[in-house]
Design a protein around this ligand. Sequence first.
Ligand SMILES: [Zn+2]
Ligand SMILES: [Zn+2]
Length: 330
Amino acid sequence: MEANSAASRHKLRLQNKLVEMGYSMEDFPGDWDAEWEEIMENPQLFSPDSSDSVYKTLEACIVREKERREADERDIRRSMRENEITSFISSLKIPPWMNRVDILQLPTIEDMIQQNDFSIPVTVKNWEMATPRISQEIDSYALYIQRKLCELMLVKVSVTDSSETNAQDELKDSVQTLNYPTSFFGCSCCSVSLLRYPSLLSHNNYSSTKVVVTQRLKFDHDATSIAKSLLTCLSLIPDNIDEAIFQCLRCQDHLVPPLSWDELVYHFVVKKYEYSKANAKWRLKPFTEDLYDDHALTGPIPIALLTKSEAETLRLKTAGKKLVKIRLPF
Ligand SMILES: [Zn+2]
Ligand SMILES: [Zn+2]
């Protein structure tokens, strides 16, 4: 009790002095400020009369508290502006992979948010005035992201030594390659493999901008080369490969269910990975010959494109069997 009241007296004396110095009780930080609390709660260590430096430290705590509150208020205003903008976003024509974070960082929108220290509400009128510029920025942003992906594929996109029109044409060609069913990417951040454009841009779609997402992506040369080899095995390439159904002819026909294109590529990528792992182990022994690669892409045709009824027959034959999924290192 004694200690408590000594502590309260100490605190009160410090506070009174600060009020005399022109500060108000509302300016004071609370127990979240460890430095402030240490002085306020320790009459043994800090005497209110002895040292100017104690007050200097307390003043610094007050200044810091003021800045913290201002930053909080700015954050609140910022999130109000962002919410106002979010209510207007649906009026824009945006690619499906663009998320709210992508939109909010567009220059015109960022300007609208920050205007007058985040204090100007986004109204229908100022939104409509800015819309044409925002639409242009969305197009440029989409091009920029496509260009980033093309760079990952090492498809040349020169922008410096040719006119903008030429660069646009070149980009169009590269974007075509980006759209090929043989172009595969992986995410080095979460080791997700066999991603394809444009759905790869929806990967981790909520918290990061697409600039950040593309920085984590890598072009998967191995999967792409397997996919290209598989595609050349087909005598007829289906118009929409993503609706086609395939069979692996390297596996016994009761073991592997009918596969979509992506699953087929995945299956061969996994087999290649397992084979190289087993082979590397095998080569440690005093043998020189490689193991037999049961999913080699040379030799007899490794895959078949199935008709609907063939797919159904295979489905019945392999009932209960699922494509084995493993985590591929990427
Ligand atoms: Zn990822
Ligand atoms: Zn197989």
